[in-house]
Design a protein around this ligand. Structure first.
Ligand code: GDD
Ligand code: MN
Length: 386
């Protein structure tokens, strides 16, 4: 039979922890599960730790790990390390200590690990799962947005329905493969970060429906800071996200404006070139610096993937042909979209009579958008779909 350690993080759960522990141990006994329970308490000012110490007097399999308040993610990481070293369990179960997660779902989660899964999520959003009928709209929206952000920004597999939930069973040996140094996520985003890490390690992920109920006593510890951290962690998890690519593309575009103006000033002040020629040269040079930066920075992953697939010398010369091809296409695209913005300006201002700044703005935005579309979909499309 598998040995289990249940980790219960607590912060100010004095109203819940005693009855939670009783419910938990009762469930373990009735299902004949071999389990230790580790409460990871951040020295709760409401005396949660004291209550756990009292319970330990009559419950030999109950343990307490106290620390400073550094957030839910940090508490879990401390708990994992301690549990792996102290109990060497086969399975670690993580759950909230406020009765939102029903101990009677534990056997179903654990059974999936015994059947071969590595990471089993107690899922509110998989068929059969549920959220509290009276959950405030704000929490429903928060939770839905968190899952949406995890998928769109964080690149988490959309097959996983409940990314942010905190009720899971994990194969302990797989936890030992995790590079904890690389996880700095301190708050609730830890749930997503851990899932991401397991997916990257090719773990078998499984979802089991659960009914999430509202906490019995006290209040949620989720803060605005946790939401902001969630978004920034999602962003950091996925270097290939279209959003990040677009931000890099814009940053490079901004650098091109500076190059353009700098070169123009240099030429006008230090050469006898006619100003219109100086302007043309400045435009061309900024297109070239934009190209080099896009190639090395904006679309870095695409280039690395292409180079990674180049095995022989024959293929390598293909790469330099690719480079020149990209350079020419980008140059033509940049000049073409710039010309397009001029045409849009002429039409909107000259023909329709639109205010000149608005006409220019629409021209620039259209040119930028088209340039980005051609760059990301044609020039640096990548070859992963070939
Ligand atoms: N040790 C420790 N340190 N425990 C903490 C901390 C902390 O900084 N913050 C929260 N906890 C404990 C709480 O005492 C509770 O047992 C559990 O972690 C979950 O905290 P809640 O404050 O009850 O979270 P929630 O109900 O808002 O959030 C639930 O849903 C989220 C997503 O929808 C939890 O299941 C989260 O894990 C989940 O991400
Ligand atoms: Mn809760």
């Amino acid at each position: 039979m598998s040995t289990i350690t249940v980790i219960l993080p607590t912060y100010n759960e004095a109203g819940n922890i005693r009855s939670m522990l009783h419910a938990l141990f009762a469930r373990m006994a009735s299902n004949h599960l071999d389990a230790n329970v580790l409460v990871v308490d951040d020295t709760s000012p409401d005396g949660t730790g004291k209550i756990v110490e009292q319970e330990m007097l009559s419950q030999g399999r109950l343990h307490l790990l106290s620390g400073n308040k550094e957030g839910l993610g940090k508490a879990y990481m401390r708990g994992f390390e301690y549990a792996l070293h102290t109990f060497s369990p086969d399975i670690i179960v993580m759950m909230d200590s406020d009765f939102s997660h029903d101990p009677s779902s534990i056997p179903a989660l654990v059974a999936e690990i015994d059947k071969g899964a590595d990471y089993v999520i107690g899922s509110r959003y998989t068929p059969g799962g549920a959220i509290p009928g009276d959950w405030p709209l704000k929490r429903i929206i928060n939770s839905r947005i968190a899952n949406f952000v995890a998928k769109t920004v964080g690149g988490i597999d959309p097959e996983v329905k409940d990314i942010s939930g905190g009720f899971k069973a994990i194969r302990a040996s797989k936890l030992e493969d995790v590079d904890w140094e690389g996880i700095e996520t301190s708050g609730y985003a830890f749930q997503m970060h851990l899932l991401h890490t397991f997916m990257a390690n090719d773990a078998v992920i499984k979802e089991v429906p659960i009914t999430f109920v509202d906490r019995r006593m006290g209040q949620s510890k989720l803060r605005l800071g946790d939401i902001l951290e969630f978004i920034s962690v999602a962003y950091g998890l996925n270097p290939q996200s279209p959003l990040r690519q677009l931000m890099r593309f814009m940053a490079v575009g901004a650098s091109g404006i500076i190059v353009n103006l700098g070169v123009l000033a240099l030429l006008v002040n230090h050469t006898p070139l006619p100003i219109i020629v100086a302007s043309a040269i400045a435009i061309e040079i900024s297109i070239l610096t934009n190209f080099l930066l896009h190639n090395r920075f904006t679309f870095q992953e695409v280039i690395e993937a292409e180079e990674g697939s180049v095995a022989s010398r024959v293929r390598r010369s293909q790469t330099s042909r690719d480079f020149v091809g990209k350079l020419i296409t980008f140059n033509v695209t940049s000049l073409g979209t710039a010309a397009m913005s001029l045409v849009i300006f002429a039409l909107l201002h000259g023909l329709v009579g639109m205010y000149y700044l608005a006409a220019q703005f629409i021209g620039i935005i259209s040119a930028f958008t088209l340039n980005y579309q051609i760059s990301s979909r044609v020039i640096w499309k990548g070859k992963q779909h070939d």
